[in-house]
Ligand binder design. Structure first.
Ligand SMILES: [Zn+2]
Length: 89
């Protein structure tokens, strides 16, 4: 029999956020780290609106967790890196 993914759900290369610090669980950078950003863009490339919704939810949670951080810098960190859609409709 083939063993599937184990039940821990902790993949070393998952680059998932670790709350309440919102550091990357894989590389330790501020989340989303460069690797995660690249993956998110690839994952949501056909649906950038959903990416914005997802990041907005993360930002809201992070704003709640990181009360000492400036809101503007958090917005920049969570959403500001997303390339703007050239079509503004
Ligand atoms: Zn990472």
């Amino acid at each position: 029999m083939t063993r599937g993914a184990d039940a821990s759900g902790q993949w070393p290369e998952e680059h998932a956020p670790v709350t309440p610090d919102w550091a990357c669980g894989s590389c330790g950078d501020d989340w989303p780290c460069d690797t995660k950003r690249s993956r998110l863009l690839a994952e949501y490339q056909a649906d950038r609106a959903s990416l914005s919704v997802y990041l907005g939810a993360c930002l809201a949670a992070a704003t709640n967790d990181l009360r000492d951080a400036a809101t503007a810098s958090l917005q920049d960190r969570f959403i500001g890196w997303v390339p703007r859609n050239p079509r503004t409709a």
